[in-house]
Design a protein around this ligand. Sequence first.
Ligand SMILES: *Cc1c(COP(=O)(O)O)cnc(C)c1O
Length: 378
Amino acid sequence: MERKKIWLASPHMGGDEQKFVKEAFDTNWVAPLGPNVDAFEKEMCDFLGINSAAALSSGTAAIHLALIMAGVEYGDEVICQSFTFSGSANPIAYQHASPVFVDSESDSWNMDPDLLEHAIIDRHKKTGRKPKAVIAVHLYGQSADIEKIAGICREHEIFLIEDAAESLGATYNGRKLGTFGDIGILSFNGNKIMTTSGGGMLVSSSEQYAATARFLSTQAREDAPHYEHKHIGYNYRMSNVLAGIGRGQLKVLEDRIKRKREIFEIYTSAFFGVEGVSFQPELSGSCGNRWLTAIVFDPERSGTDREKVRNELLKYNIESRPLWKPMHLQPVFKDSVRYDENISEKLFRNGLCLPSDTKLTDGEVMEIADIIKGMTGQ
Ligand SMILES: *Cc1c(COP(=O)(O)O)cnc(C)c1O
């Protein structure tokens, strides 16, 4: 019999999701609006400590709308963290703008603030204009040096979009990620720390942005009895059925974060003292949600490498995945401007995301750690 598949991360329902979904059916609110959507937005605002939100069909849609609100259009440049999932960068192209990719720092694996500042100044010098927006990401649930990044954006008067798709519930200096930018974005895709099967949210301390997001995401319909349009709109609103799943998931989010952090602890303890193996660091002052435990092998010192480990785990029907391939190395963005210091490229070559599913038992996590440890010969 084939061994049970072990996933990187998969949906983990809490129990109340179906109750909210049933309410949507019982009241016939099976539409991209309704009481679950309103309540989900309100409950997420309470959780994050922010005052407005718009529930959307995906995190990518949220970034797209954020760029529109930042005024990004044809010919503009947008600075984006290079080390990320393509969903962060693709919406720049939807607006026919040009991405400028900035490398990460090794302390957080996220956008290097000094390199960001250099890029802003250098682009201004070369093009005579400042980039219109910055997209900073908190990878794998780990905070970027976000106060510093926000400070730089304020100083240069550049719109900050905080991509917290992977970092829901994580904090920096006690404040929830997603609340530092002019706009924060969340994702509830299937493998994220909480899911609505697919969905996203735009959050902001400015009610104006959330209101505009609700307007644009429902085809930009003006207030009139007939359908009147002065703007190009989108069909990006979240369904009331899926918002019900989100409300149930939000109730168990703290438990999920706790379990993700425990899984990280089990892995790191197992590799204590093992040469040439390291894990994603946690920036001082931050507390990550450890969405995925990320490990890095030094091929010279660890006795193995990321592809050997990935292929070995596959034999046991265990899923693992190389770290995000930086956007500046992606064929689709080959002509883009980049400020690269070879940090994210090296992490990509040597790093692997390990199964971090909250349904795994301690024993299963230890078993995975043992297989990998065996390959180091240490
Ligand atoms: C998942 C993800 C997104 C996009 O979210 P979707 O809901 O899948 O569209 C954006 N940025 C990052 C870093 C992500 O991991």
